[in-house]
Ligand binder design. Structure first.
Ligand code: ATP
Length: 825
């Protein structure tokens, strides 16, 4: 469908905007329905609530709010003097009526006719549209044929009773009857799905069948003109009326019946409503011409004789022609009217389809925006209730939620507003890349229970357990599962940022704080509404972040109690002074626990045992086991192996006992779990993966020297990620070109990766630096073991410096999240 058609059709449909704007807008079903919706809103809602204005275009929103303000002000002054009905013109019903009247007026048939069709032929000016119209199925074709069959039978009856009964009449009648009946039966067979070939689908076939049927009916109607016995003029006097016994079956004593038969055959043309008016006119003109020629040339004596007998003042010949011509005109006018109606219907149908598609596309994009703005269940709430109950503030209390704040502590060092980086835009671009990468992680199936809440500057806030059917239940298994998901997200963030650092030669550090507890969630604001969570749990989670250390994940004691029963390793940090809370004992979540290093009592926990037995029953070649999340078995899989979590049915965990003595002579087959620490060597990965499961007697201490490979899946994925390189040389660009100083700006990583410092490589990279953008290029090299080792060493250094650093919370911390120029590390 071409764009110009819509313009052509609705150019004329200009009416004033729904809320009194002087701007003229196109009037369409969509606009009218929008107006009605707005008016309904204005009746129902007196206060503004989130998403009550979802259907309005932004322009209208501004206009409406200014209109409302003016109206309220005016009302305030006028109210005492006004009567109740003085605001009649502003009543919604009147406005609706006004717009409906305008819509009806604007849809003037005449105007649209001249715009879209040729006035003579009634064909669409647009050839494509004409073709579309012709190809459209004629749903009334069978009915038209049935009507023509009825007319034929009526004609046959008249002929048989009044006019000459001849063999040729009988033959013609039978031919016409059989023909129409057969076509009708074919159409019926298509309806009954006996045959699939539908002749009414083809325009040309339909045309041929119609014309042939009309011709046959006309022949039946006119055959009498040929077969009538013409009398001699002498025998036409009134005195010499033939005796009834002398009248043969070929006599035509009343020529009016011939005229009436002709008129009935015209009716056969009118019943075919979708026959193009051009064809119709041609057929009718041909029929009239033939008929007039017969009357005047061939059978004139018949009419003259009748005139003489009856003594008619006006010759019947002339009268018949006038009647026939008048009827011809009536049929043509009727045909044109019918055709124009059908074509207009077709136009409106096209318009409706187009507008429906537009509306669906708009609705789809609105939904997409809404679902990006809000968690899915909240967006669904607003979509479901937008016209019913959205007066209420949306809020939801949760007994247990896991909250995570993750800050890039040194982003402020990176951020600078220079001409070289487009006044900081390039820095923001990189931050956007990082946040987008974190968002991308949330798309993974294993993190589907986590909701992003927002970002505050370079801080990422997320929570687990907000989705109604995936809430954290009272039981420990549920809490362990969901908090493990959050912990895995923290690790994933860390790995992502590490990868970004490698590719952009930065040294961003991530500091994460996590907590668990009750929160209240809700949506606030009438404009740009925001979903957020509030409560002490959130405050403490934020404090866990702000009082934490770069490259560390700090958790509260409560969360430690939960997660330490899962496959994670912790280190107690000690007392941390937290503003508003006093001294809090906090823990660093340092790593994933490996099965080889797990105690027997941990292994005997139901979820871990299931994991172990699943591993031992693994009959294929030893290799990385595939978890329910589609990747290599992770501690998450270990927490809840084998099935999608239905938390109510989770097996209860044994009480939290950290004792090491449970010496049952049970043997557990183990496969080493991938820890957070990585090895980059594929060869080593393969070798270790090929190590058969070892059987360790219960109670024995597993060897700790063995370092299993990191998730090979992730290792292979990392290099495929896009490369992050600031497009300008941020620090000492000249030095980066030099041989020894071609050093990324982070100390430990540089020291651990001397092979990056070659001249050619540095030159190539400094060249690439000007070009690379997200997704433009993949890094083909896996991260080197040295880099990881350096990172771990750096973490260890930070950890050892822990006791030296005063950990006092500051309220300045929260400001530094949005003000990159401030230092918060
Ligand atoms: N919904 C939230 N979104 C983002 N940050 C939050 C949210 N709720 C609390 N915080 C953060 O948690 C921190 C602790 O909040 P709390 O109310 O305990 O102290 P505060 O005195 O208001 O904070 P500050 O002294 O840092 O301004 C604050 O820095 C605050 O920014």
């Amino acid at each position: 469908m071409d764009g110009s058609r819509k313009t052509l059709l609705f150019n004329t449909l200009q009416v004033r905007s729904a809320i009194g704007s002087t701007q003229r807008r196109k009037l369409s079903f969509k606009n009218v329905s929008n107006v009605v919706v707005q008016l309904l809103h204005s009746i129902k809602y007196s206060v503004e609530v989130p998403f009550s204005n979802m259907n309005m275009p932004p322009n209208d929103l501004n206009k409406q709010s200014s209109m409302l303000k003016k109206h309220k002000m005016a009302e305030r002054f006028r109210r005492p003097f006004q009567k109740r009905h003085s605001s009649l013109p502003h009543q919604p019903t009147n406005r609706v009526n006004k717009y409906l009247a305008q819509a009806i007026d604007a849809r003037s048939v005449d105007r649209e006719k001249s715009n879209h069709v040729n006035v003579v032929s009634l064909c669409f000016r647009n050839k494509e549209k004409e073709q579309q119209y012709n190809c459209e199925q004629d749903v009334g074709f069978s009915a038209s044929l049935a009507m023509s069959l009825l007319l034929l039978m009526f004609l046959g009856g008249v002929q048989a009773v009044v006019l000459p009964r001849t063999l040729i009449l009988l033959l013609l009648f039978l031919t016409a009857f059989v023909w129409i009946a057969v076509v009708l039966m074919l159409l019926l067979a298509v309806r009954l799905r006996v045959i699939v070939w539908d002749l009414s689908r083809s325009f040309l076939l339909r045309l041929a069948v119609t014309v042939f049927s009309v011709v046959l009916i006309y022949a039946v109607a006119q055959v009498n003109v040929f077969t009538c016995l013409t009398e001699s003029p002498n025998a036409c006097s009134p005195a010499q009326l033939p005796a009834p016994s002398d009248v043969t079956h070929r006599a035509c004593p009343l020529p009016q019946y011939v005229v009436l038969s002709c008129i009935i055959s015209y009716l056969a043309v009118t019943v075919f409503l979708r026959l193009p008016i051009l064809v119709k006119t041609l057929v009718l003109l041909a029929m009239t011409t033939v008929y007039v020629m017969f009357i005047y040339l061939s059978h004139a004596p018949l009419f003259l004789c009748y005139d003489q007998r009856m003594g008619s003042p006006v010759p019947l010949q002339l009268l018949s022609v006038v009647q026939i011509v008048l009827f011809l005109l009536a049929v043509i006018i009727h045909g044109r009217q019918m055709e124009w109606t059908a074509r207009l219907d077709f136009l409106w149908q096209c318009q409706a389809i187009e507008e429906k598609q537009d509306m669906e596309a708009l609705q789809h994009s609105n939904k997409r925006i809404l679902f990006n703005l809000l968690p899915a269940h909240v967006a669904t709430h607003f979509l479901d209730n937008q016209f019913r109950n959205n007066m209420e503030l949306y809020h939801q209390s949760y007994a247990r939620i896991g909250v995570m704040f993750g800050s890039i502590t040194n982003f402020h060092e990176f951020y600078s507003e220079l001409d070289g980086n487009n006044q900081g835009v390039e820095c923001l671009r990189l931050l956007n890349e990082i946040i987008a990468d974190f968002d991308e992680l949330l798309d993974e199936d294993r993190f589907r229970t986590i909701d992003k809440i927002k970002t505050i500057g370079s801080t990422y806030m997320a929570a687990v357990g907000l989705i109604p059917d995936q809430k954290i239940q009272e039981d420990d298994a549920s809490a362990i599962y969901y908090m493990s998901v959050l912990a895995e997200l923290a690790f994933a963030f860390r790995e992502r940022l590490h990868s970004i650092n490698e590719n952009s030669y930065n040294n961003f550090m991530l500091r994460i704080g996590m907590n668990i507890g009750p929160v209240v969630a809700g949506v606030i604001g009438a404009r740009k509404p925001q979903y957020d969570i509030w409560g002490n749990t959130v405050n403490v989670a934020s404090r866990m972040d702000s009082t934490g250390l770069p490259n560390h994940i700090q958790v509260t004691e409560e969360l430690y109690q939960i997660l330490s029963r899962g496959p994670y390793e912790f280190q107690c940090r000690g007392k941390v002074r937290v503003k508003g809370k006093g001294d809090m004992t906090t823990y660093f979540l340092t790593d994933r626990k490996q099965l080889t290093t797990m105690r027997i009592d941990e292994l005997s926990q139901p979820q871990n045992r299931a994991m172990a037995s699943a591993q031992s029953s693994h009959s294929g070649p030893p290799g990385p086991s595939v978890s329910q999340f589609g990747g290599v078995a992770t501690p998450l899989a270990l927490v809840r192996p084998g099935h999608v979590p239905r938390l109510g049915s989770a097996p209860p965990l044994p009480p939290l006992t950290r004792g090491r003595s449970s010496p049952a002579p049970e043997q557990v087959a183990l496969r080493p779990l991938p820890p957070l620490r990585e090895l980059s060597s594929d060869a080593e990965t393969g070798r270790l993966a090929a190590t058969p499961p070892r059987v360790i007697p219960r109670g024995a201490t597993p060897p700790r020297t063995f370092t299993p490979p990191r998730q090979p899946d992730d290792l292979h994925r990392l290099p495929e990620r896009s490369v992050y390189t600031p497009p300008w040389a941020r620090q000492r660009p000249a030095e980066l070109e030099d041989v020894p100083p071609a050093v990324p700006p982070h100390g430990p990583l540089v020291m651990a990766a001397p092979r990056l410092l070659h001249t050619e490589e540095a030159a190539v990279r400094s060249h690439l630096r000007l070009q690379r953008r997200r997704s433009e290029e993949n890094l083909k090299q896996p991260p080197s073991a040295e880099l990881y080792a350096a990172r771990i060493a750096s973490s260890a250094d930070e950890l050892s410096s822990l006791n030296r650093s005063p950990s006092v919370s500051s309220s300045d911390e929260s400001y530094s999240r949005t003000d990159f120029s401030r230092t918060d590390a």
